[in-house]
Design a protein around this ligand. Structure first.
Ligand code: ASP
Ligand code: MG
Length: 459
């Protein structure tokens, strides 16, 4: 069997969903399980509704909900035709009425908890997976909607719940396998799950890719296809560098590194369950299904270029902490990391000296809250408007002098916090945010002037 996951833009309206139906029917003989996101932008709108409701603004929350209902009803009607779909439309209406009840409830209580947030956010995938399944049936495909809340078992860390793989795999075997052996196409929502007690959870924004990997790993898929709206992964952001090339094949480790450092195509933790089982992941374009996209595999093929890609992550803040008290270097670092851990704040790049440590964090993190705790440990300085540039390639292990070539290519740039990852497949450094376009362009020119045709393609 294979898993086919379609992201928000691939299922954003009736036209897109019809395109998806065609793509899936071309793979029926491979026993696809289909995982879908909410329609594009829907999760953001649900977040907004939750916030309005939490702030007591029922009117705005319900107004947004009305628009969302209309969009889903319109797509359903277009996909199914008016007459045949009465019962189906009633079901969608019921879901939106439940959402409205929830929003009113939040307004009444005047407080929104992570648990209720997840309940609200779940509606996007819950409703859209039903619509996609019904649309498949309307195009004579034998699709069956599967409620992800009955398959993906998680802990109760709402908004970033962690899957319980053993329990999930048992459920997947019990719910999905029988459908596949009957020749049906299971269609389920990504991003959502439920605790053992059945309380709905979400596994983190952008989590549908992760869902696809969980399902693929749980059912021993021969392949996982991530369908999006670009032709796979590129050597760099084409908006920064129009000469960006398509990466035909890339190793899991390299792709994970890139995803982490800002390549928006894939969710970072996506790959783990698939890696462990050696399942190849393909990144494909639902608007251009003939393109071969990018194949992510356990071991990369030989490549004559040292790097596969250059990623840049903007909106980075450098935090410098100088220990004022006589904390030994060992105790100091532990104390610092405990603060980041407490705030569940991910640190990207670290460099240390005997008495100080510099770290980078996403500027969106709640820096004031962090600051309050860090200032107990030492003098803290913040510098915003920075960016991380990350150059990834397994081959740099065997390429002497590659760092010299990198920094030679951008010799006029003020470079900070250079780190060559312990994994030794990336060279990462921090620059001014404003320097990113020029830096990326210069590096791309040097390292991809003569691309290996086995690994890179112009289209
Ligand atoms: N709809 C969810 C989000 O926007 C999950 C996903 O699309 O992957 O975060
Ligand atoms: Mg996504």
């Amino acid at each position: 069997m294979i898993v086919m996951k379609f992201g928000g833009t691939s299922v954003e309206n009736a036209t897109a969903i019809n395109r998806v139906a065609k793509i899936v029917s071309s793979r029926v003989s491979e026993n696809p399980v289909v995982v879908v996101s909410a329609m594009a932008k829907v999760t953001d709108q649900l977040v907004a509704m939750a916030n309005y409701a939490g702030g007591g603004d029922a009117e705005t929350a319900l107004d947004l909900s009305r628009k969302l209902r209309a969009r889903h009803i319109e797509a359903s009607t277009e996909l199914l035709g008016n007459s045949k779909s009465k019962a189906f439309l009633a079901d969608i209406e019921r879901d939106f009425s439940a959402l409205d009840d929830l929003l009113r409830g939040i307004c009444a209580v005047g407080e929104i908890t992570p648990r209720t947030t997840d309940n609200i956010l779940s509606f996007g995938e819950r409703v859209n997976s039903k619509i996609v399944a019904a649309a498949f049936c309307a195009s004579e495909m034998n699709a069956m909607h599967v409620d992800s809340r009955e398959c993906i078992v998680t802990n109760n860390q709402f908004t970033r719940a962690i899957p319980d793989f053993d329990a999930t795999n048992d459920r997947l075997a019990a719910k999905i396998r029988p459908l596949l052996s009957k020749g049906a196409i299971p269609v389920m929502g990504g991003f959502i799950g439920a605790t053992r007690e059945g309380i709905v959870t979400t596994i983190g924004r952008g989590g549908s890719d992760f869902s696809a990997a969980i399902v693929g790993a749980g059912l021993d898929a021969t392949r996982i296809e991530i369908w999006t709206d670009v032709d796979g992964m590129k050597t760099t952001d084409p908006n920064l560098c129009p000469n960006a090339l398509r990466i035909k094949t890339i190793a899991f480790e390299e792709a994970a590194e890139l995803a982490y450092f800002g390549a928006k195509v894939l969710h970072p933790s996506t790959l783990l369950p698939a890696v462990q089982k050696n399942i190849p992941v393909l990144v494909l374009n639902s608007r251009n299904p003939g393109n071969e996209g990018t194949r992510i595999v356990a071991r990369a093929t030989h490549c004559r270029n040292p790097f596969k890609a250059i990623a840049a992550k903007k909106r980075i803040t450098i935090i410098d902490i100088v220990a004022t008290r006589m904390l030994g270097a060992h105790g100091f670092l532990r104390a610092v990391f405990e603060v980041f851990d407490k705030h569940r704040c991910a640190v990207d790049v670290v460099s240390t000296s005997e008495v100080s440590v510099s770290l980078t964090v996403d500027s969106n993190e709640s820096i004031p809250a962090l600051a309050a705790d860090l200032e107990k440990l030492g003098d803290v300085k913040y510098e915003g408007r920075k960016a991380i540039v990350c150059m990834v390639g397994e081959n740099i292990r065997e390429t002497p002098g590659v760092a010299a070539k990198v920094f030679g290519a951008i010799a006029d740039t003020n470079v900070r916090m250079i780190s060559q990852g312990a994994s030794e497949i990336n060279i990462t450094f921090v620059v001014e945010e404003d320097d990113v376009p020029e830096v990326v362009r210069q590096l791309h020119e040097v390292f991809f002037a003569d691309p290996d045709p086995e690994v890179f393609a112009y289209a």
